[in-house]
Write a new protein. Sequence first.
Length: 183
Amino acid sequence: MSTTHEKSIRFPARVNEKLEKLANKHGRTKLLFFEQMVEYFYRTKKDPKDINDEVLKNALVANHEKYIGFIKTQENTMLIPIKQEVELSLKTLERILNAFNSQVIQANNTILQNQAVQVQRSDDTNRVLKEIANRLDGKDLLKQKFLVLLEHYIKARENINAVLSPKSVQELNQRTVKLIDDL
């Protein structure tokens, strides 16, 4: 910024008053304030007539629309297909899970039925084993009684043979048959 005054600008006195107030408010001379003001508008490329920054607002709106367009493009090209693939994957996973669950439930039901059959068979086997044990015990008891009966018959016959009464032999035979029937 040069301090030489090569050019001059004519402007109304009321504008000069405003320029002086602004320069004094910011602690600068009128010339320095004017130079900085020109430099500001030159660098920012702002229009001094555009008090409300309409150009800036329009630029922001245009950029905003570009960003929105970019986001919508990304949404259509990437996000929507990804969402559709995820939904398809979830549906497939749900079908697989349902099929797996139904197979597991069916297998569990089959296992439970087989276990019930095994329990029934085990109960039947235990009952048959108890019956066999009871019969074996009954058979041993029967053998013991028969041996007692036979010993009694042998002793009685020996006693009868000494006497040799046919009536006594017949009576002994009948009594032995009755004792065997009682077994």
